[in-house]
Design a protein around this ligand. Sequence first.
Ligand code: NAD
Length: 333
Amino acid sequence: MKKVTLIPGDGIGPEVTNAMKVLFKAAGVEIDWEEENAGITALETKGELMPKSLLQSIERNKVAVKGPITTPVGKGFKSINIQLRQHFELFSNVRPIKSVKGIETRFNNVDLVIFRENTEGLYSGLEMWDERLEIADSISRITRLGCERIIKSAFEYARMNKRKRVTLVHKANILKLAGATFLKAGEKISKEYPEVLMDDLIIDNMCMQLVTKPEKFDIIVTTNLFGDILSDLCAGLVGGLGIAAGINVGKDVAIFEAVHGSAPDIAGKGIANPTAVIESGIMMLDYIGEYEKAKKISAALEKTLQNKQQCTGDLGGKATTIEFTNNIINNLN
Ligand code: NAD
């Protein structure tokens, strides 16, 4: 039986990852979940924020599904998410954003994929505090190699999935060196993919265009911070954070997770929407070759989402996390 590491995470993490596990079991998915936690919950139970046993489990299994992990704001420890991404060199964060039948928003034809560079930029962890002058420096370091590999993965995805266009998003008008490095990498890589169109947009213009005409975008590739912000913005275009999933992938390890965080405002209330984690689990099933099971669960989820009454509050329904999960299970056949 395939072993997959499962990180329940903090806040709503255990509720939504458990919903995924229950649903997958009902669908006959044969996975031996190796449960290992990280973050505040792991600190409380194991005395470590990122236990060695977790890293060893991911190293062995190469595939993990992760619930959200709380990171204290403005103080405390370095984000576990960033540590995991840097440790396993998960340089590519792929986040598909697609309109869902039944979920009403201002747009009904969005179908784009965000490729966010996952290990560099403002998330490099290079911060300094000058006590005397009271100055904080946060260094945004990007490398030619880092730009080329994230842009290449976006173009490769475009080729494999017969997508037509890759849009590079940057701030090269102000960040001259970083912007030029990113754009030059785009020029170089795009030559290997003559069938895919490439264009570029400045981040502020991109935000405006996304909230007015998101349908016209196909693949978006960008640096770490811009990708993080655009992911939440784009999740909002198709129904919110409850439904947006993603994958962190490098050379040989992949960690699947929701875009959303640990949602402390609703944690423990049993009302979190598990769709995003379920979607990330479906992506994981495709990744390990369990196509039929992925298709079956995806169809049941899609059917459930079409009936608002069967959904959680964020989607306009009244169902709890458990009721929503049972509704998907009832739709499995
Ligand atoms: P958040 O994504 O946790 O929540 C933002 C809003 O969306 C909240 O109102 C929340 O209730 C709602 N929401 C999120 N997921 C939902 C779901 N599944 N169903 C229904 N509503 C949902 O963002 P935040 O509040 O800014 O961050 C909380 C914590 O999560 C922070 O510590 C942050 O660092 C962490 N975080 C972790 C990850 C990760 O582990 N990948 C990602 C983002 C934020």
